[in-house]
Design a protein around this ligand. Structure first.
Ligand SMILES: CC[C@H](C)C(=O)C(=O)O
Ligand SMILES: [Mg+2]
Length: 562
C-alpha cells in the first residue's frame, strides 16, 4: 500500500506514534488509509451541511475495514461573491483547492480518496488535485437544492433573483415582488437548483464515470442522497482493500480521453454552464490528455440537445431531471445517435458506462426529450472564432433568447463595474454589442463571472436585442447572447482591447464566427499603438495568480515548469 511509507517498519516508529495519538490501534496499521477531502464551509448553502455528510461517509468507511482521514478545502460562494471585486477570487480558488488536495494526499501517502465537492469551481479544483495524486478516487457531491416558488406558484431559483434586480431596475416589478423572490428562490440546502456551474460539473462527473449514477440530480439532504454517500464510501473501500483494484481504478485510468469526450457530449445534450469548457480543458490538461478547445465543436455538431434546464428553461430544475430518469436516462437516449457517447469506458463503479445506464429509461419525455424530438440537432455550447477571437470564445447557445446571427455596434467598457454603471445609466440600446474587457484571467485578474450585467440586460428586457462579449466569463445562470472567454484577452494584447465604440461586431453562432468588421490595415494601425492597461493590485495572491495564469483557451491553467 502507498500508506506503508508512513506506517510500516521501525523507521516509521515516530509516524505511528503520531497516528496512535489520533486514536489508531495496532490492527489499524494493516488497513488502507482513505483521504476524505471535504469542502465543508458554513457560508455556502451547498456546503454548510457537508460536515454531516462526511460523518456518514467516515462511519461507512470504518465499517468497511478502512481508516478515513477527513481534511477540508476552502470554497467560495459565487452567488455571494458576485457583482463586486470578491469575484476576482473565484477562479483562483480552483487552484488553491487543487493544490491543497495534492498537498495533503501526497504528504501523508494516503491510499485512496473520496472527495465531497458540490458548488461550482470547487468541483474541478478537487478533480484537478486528485489527478495529480492519481490514487483511486470517487467523487460524491453534496447534491442539488430544490427549486423555489413565488407566492403565485411560479417556479424560481437564484437566476430569478439576479434577473429580478434588472426587472426592479427597469420598474417592471415592485419591492414587494422582489422580496417574494428573495425569500423563496433558495428554499433548501444544496447547490443552486438549475443547470448552473455546480450542477453542470456534478452531472459531468457521472458522464466521466468518476461518480456514481445520481450524483448530478438526487437532491441534497434526502434519504436517496444518503444512500448514494454510503454506496460511494463502500465502493472506495472495496477498491482500496484489493491490490489489483488499486492499480486498475487509479483516477487517470477512469478519467481518460473518452471520459472527457463523454463529459462534453453530456454537457451538449443538457446545455451545461459555459464554465464547463474552462474547467474541462483544465481537467484534460491536468490528466495529460491532448484535448483542445477546437475539438469541442465537432462534439457539439454530433450531439442533440435533449434536456433544457434553468436558466435555459426557467421552470425545469435538477429535481425534474432526477424524476425523469436522471443523467443515466439522458446518456441512454444519447446512445441512439451514433458515436454520441463512448459506452465502453470503465467507470469507478467497476462497470463500464453501458452497464451502468442500460437499465435507465426516460420517465417524462417533456423533461428529457427523445433523440427524434430534440431542442436542436446540435449541442448547447459553441466555440466561436474570428479576428476578434483568434484563440476562441464560448457561447451557451442553449440559453439564447434572440437570433443566432447578430450584427451590432460596439459599446466598450474597461471592466465589469464600468459596464454595470453604463447599462443602468442607459448607455446600452437595442442593437448594441456590449464589450467588457480587461476581465480575462490576467486582466481581471481572475476572470470574473458577469452575471450582474447579463441579468441586468435580461431583466431590462434587452435580452433578445443586445449581445455581450467579454474576455471574462459568466455564471451558469447567465442566458442571452453572452459570449465569454474571448481569447487572446485584452491584457495580453488581444483584439478585444482594440475595439472602439461604434465598430461593427458580427456574431454567427451556427457558423462559429465572432468578428469585427475592420480592414487588416485598420487593425494593423491600432495594434501598432496599443499598450494594454495593467491594473494596480493590492492582493499578493492575485498578483501571483496574474503572473502564472494562461488564457481561457487553455482552461486558464497556471504555467508550470515541470
Ligand atoms: C447562480 C449562479 C451561480 C452562483 C454560479 O456562480 C455559476 O453557476 O457559475
Ligand atoms: Mg460560478
Amino acid at each position: 500500500m502507498r500508506s506503508d511509507e508512513v506506517k510500516k517498519g521501525y523507521h516509521r516508529t515516530p509516524h505511528r506514534s503520531l497516528f496512535r495519538a489520533t486514536g489508531l490501534k495496532d490492527e489499524d496499521f494493516e488497513k488502507p488509509f482513505i483521504g476524505v477531502a471535504n469542502s465543508f464551509i458554513e457560508i455556502i448553502p451547498g456546503h454548510f451541511f457537508l460536515n454531516k455528510v462526511a460523518n456518514i461517509i467516515k462511519e461507512e468507511i470504518r465499517a468497511n475495514g478502512c481508516i478515513p482521514f477527513e481534511f477540508n478545502t476552502i470554497g467560495i460562494d459565487d452567488g455571494i461573491a458576485m457583482g463586486h471585486d470578491g469575484m476576482l477570487y473565484s477562479l483562483p480558488s480552483r487552484e488553491l483547492i487543487a493544490s491543497s488536495i495534492e498537498s495533503v494526499m501526497n504528504a501523508h501517502k494516503l491510499d485512496a480518496m473520496i472527495a465531497i465537492p458540490n458548488c461550482d469551481k470547487i468541483v474541478p479544483g478537487m478533480i484537478m488535485g486528485a489527478l495529480r495524486v492519481n490514487v483511486p478516487t470517487i467523487f460524491v457531491s453534496g447534491g442539488p437544492m430544490a427549486k423555489g416558488y413565488k407566492k403565485d406558484g411560479t417556479p424560481i431559483d437564484l437566476a430569478s433573483a439576479f434577473e429580478a434586480v434588472g426587472k426592479h431596475e427597469a420598474g417592471v416589478i415592485s419591492e414587494e415582488q422582489l422580496r417574494d423572490i428573495e425569500c423563496n428562490a433558495c428554499p433548501s440546502a444544496g447547490s443552486c437548483s438549475g443547470m448552473f456551474t455546480a450542477n453542470s460539473m456534478n452531472t459531468l462527473m457521472e458522464a466521466m464515470g468518476i461518480a456514481l449514477p445520481g450524483n448530478g440530480t438526487i437532491l441534497a439532504q434526502t434519504v436517496e442522497r444518503e444512500t448514494l454517500y454510503r454506496k460511494a464510501a463502500r465502493r472506495i473501500c472495496e477498491i482500496a482493500k484489493e491490490e489489483t483494484a488499486r492499480k486498475k481504478f487509479t483516477l487517470k485510468n477512469i478519467l481518460n480521453e473518452n471520459a472527457v469526450r463523454n463529459a462534453f457530449a453530456v454537457d451538449m445534450a443538457m446545455g451545461g454552464s459555459s464554465n464547463t469548457v474552462l474547467h474541462m480543458l483544465a481537467i484534460a490538461n491536468e490528466a495529460g490528455l491532448d484535448f483542445q478547445l477546437k475539438d469541442i465543436n465537432a462534439i457539439s455538431r454530433n450531439v442533440s440537445h435533449i434536456a433544457k434546464i434553468s436558466p435555459s428553461l426557467t421552470n425545469v430544475h435538477m429535481e425534474d431531471i432526477n424524476r425523469a430518469g436522471g443523467v443515466s436516462a439522458v446518456m441512454k437516449e444519447m446512445t441512439k445517435r451514433s458515436n454520441n457517447i463512448l459506452i465502453d469506458n470503465l467507470t469507478i463503479s467497476g462497470e463500464n458506462l453501458l452497464q451502468l445506464i442500460v437499465g435507465a429509461e426516460i420517465k417524462d419525455k417533456n423533461i428529457i426529450r427523445t433523440i427524434d424530438n430534440p431542442y436542436s440537432e446540435v449541442g448547447g455550447l459553441a466555440i466561436l472564432y474570428g479576428n476578434l477571437a483568434e484563440q476562441g470564445a464560448v457561447i451557451k447557445t442553449a440559453g439564447l433568447t434572440g437570433s443566432r446571427v447578430f450584427t451590432g455596434k460596439a459599446v466598450c467598457f474597461n471592466g465589469q463595474q464600468e459596464a454595470v454603471d453604463g447599462i443602468i445609466g442607459g448607455k446600452v440600446k437595442e442593437g448594441d454589442v456590449v464589450v467588457i474587457r480587461y476581465e480575462g484571467p490576467k486582466g481581471g485578474p481572475g476572470m470574473q463571472e458577469m452575471l450582474t450585467p447579463t441579468s441586468l440586460i435580461m431583466g431590462m428586457g434587452l435580452g433578445s436585442s443586445v449581445a455581450l462579449i467579454t474576455d471574462g466569463r459568466f455564471s451558469g445562470a447567465t442566458r442571452g447572447a453572452s459570449i465569454g472567454h474571448v481569447s487572446p484577452e485584452a491584457a495580453e494584447g488581444g483584439m478585444i482591447g482594440l475595439i472602439e465604440d461604434g465598430d461593427e461586431i458580427h456574431i454567427d453562432v451556427d457558423n462559429y464566427i465572432l468578428s469585427v468588421k475592420l480592414s487588416d490595415e485598420e487593425i494593423g494601425k491600432r495594434k501598432a499603438n496599443f499598450v494594454p492597461l495593467k491594473k494596480k493590485l493590492q492582493s499578493r495572491w492575485l498578483s501571483q495568480y496574474r503572473a502564472l495564469v494562461t488564457n481561457a483557451s487553455n482552461g486558464a491553467v497556471l504555467k508550470t515548469d515541470l
